[in-house]
Ligand binder design. Structure first.
Ligand code: NAD
Ligand code: UD1
Length: 335
């Protein structure tokens, strides 16, 4: 079967392309490389021995997307393409709404024209909003605190409405918790431009001497060591979750949400200590004030994914720390 992977050159998309190719799927990537590097497809080929087909296009460009469907027999789509920086989404909200909603609407219209009825969508734990209590379950009400988060809430609603009107359609809404880590080859990983916003890329750059120190955003939360708890999962486990979702979509219709997380909350300080211990490198840090909008704890109840997708996260925090370090060292050596 051929899978169209929108945003397939990005962090999670590229790892998912590797898993798909290794399982024998044909892969077509559609990406405009607004937040990824043009050499990613070739890196995917170095790992898998197979070069994915690549279309450089904006997924909101319906004419360009039509050609992709016309030239390839697409059996299902995994839709990663989107903008994802929370802070930036508050500064330029219209760009986030335009990009994330337009790509999804254009994709659905194009799929409809070509009779493609299976979609896996990258949603986020951010849709649980500030009011629900952890561990989050999929039946909780959704909301958001920033434009990025609202695009995820809105797209989930669009997909529910579309499925209600099209009973043969299947939309699997995957709510990712905090993916970190990298491919064990060191060839793929999270390599944001500029100063990272997220914890693990920041820690890795401090350890590599590219940034002076980490600021831990708050140690006065009501958690076991005062720093925030998050449900970190290895990006390769997350990538495998998409293959489970495709199998699920093959035998189910309707819009269904699944948490992809480990179910375990790890604190910022625990992550920093593990990184130092596993890799034998210092990560200098200072304690700073809380970051606006941060919640004390965010972790999943992952039972639904275990029972219905037959998926569980298998890799450990040590694996995540080791692979992130290996990736940044490989990157450094390449430069
Ligand atoms: P990423 O930025 O690395 O990948 C997204 C890819 O989409 C990039 O390659 C980018 O160039 C591409 N893209 C963006 N807009 C496009 C457009 N209009 N047309 C074509 N390509 C476009 O991000 P990621 O971390 O791999 O995240 C993938 C998806 O998962 C996103 O939708 C994101 O919101 C969601 N998500 C990510 C996380 C996380 O922690 N990384 C958590 C929850 C949800
Ligand atoms: C953030 C987004 C979330 C998005 C996810 C993945 C917010 C409020 N949430 O999640 O919507 O889906 O990224 O892109 O932005 N931390 C530090 N120092 C740092 C960086 C982070 O202490 O320099 C702490 C944070 O306070 C947090 C934890 O590390 O407690 C994880 O932060 P981060 O990696 O940014 O992820 P989230 O905030 O969970």
């Amino acid at each position: 079967m051929t899978i169209l992977v929108t945003g397939g050159a990005g962090y999670i998309g590229s790892h998912t392309c590797v898993e798909l190719l290794q399982k024998g799927y044909e892969v077509v990537i559609a990406d405009n490389f607004v937040n990824s590097s043009m050499d990613v497809p070739e890196r995917i080929a170095r790992i898998t021995g197979k070069m994915p087909k690549v279309f450089e296009l904006d997924v909101a460009d319906s004419h360009a997307l039509d050609l992709v469907f016309a030239e390839n027999h697409i059996g299902a789509v995994i839709h990663f393409a989107g903008l994802k920086a929370v802070g930036e989404s508050c500064q330029i909200p219209l760009r986030y709404y335009r990009n994330n909603l337009d790509t999804t609407l254009t994709l659905l219209e194009t799929m409809e024209r070509h009779g493609c009825k299976k979609l896996v969508f990258s949603s986020s734990a951010t849709v649980y909003g500030p009011k629900n209590e952890c561990p989050y379950t999929e039946d909780m009400p959704t909301s958001a605190t920033n434009p990025y988060g609202w695009t995820k809430v809105m797209i989930e609603q669009i997909l529910r409405d579309y499925c209600a009107a099209n009973p043969e359609f299947s939309a699997v809404l995957l709510r990712y918790f905090n993916p970190i880590g990298a491919h064990e080859s060191g060839l793929l990983g999270d390599d944001p431009n500029g100063i990272p916003n997220n914890l693990m890329p920041y820690v890795a750059r401090v350890a590599a001497g590219q940034l002076p120190r980490l600021t831990v955003f708050g140690d006065d939360y009501p958690t076991r060591d005062g720093s925030c708890l998050r449900d970190y999962l290895h990006v390769v486990d997350l990538a495998k979750g998409h293959l489970s979702a495709l199998e699920y979509a093959a035998s189910h219709t309707g819009a269904e949400a699944f948490n992809l997380g480990t179910g375990e909350g790890i604190s910022v300080l625990e992550l920093v200590h593990s990184f130092q211990e596993v890799n034998g490198v210092p990560v200098p840090f200072v304690i700073g004030g809380r970051r606006d909008g941060d919640l004390a704890e965010v972790y999943a109840n992952p039972s639904r994914a275990r029972e219905e997708l037959h998926w569980t996260a298998e890799k450990t925090l040590d694996d995540m720390c080791r692979d992130s370090w290996h990736f940044i060292q490989t990157r450094k050596a390449e430069r």
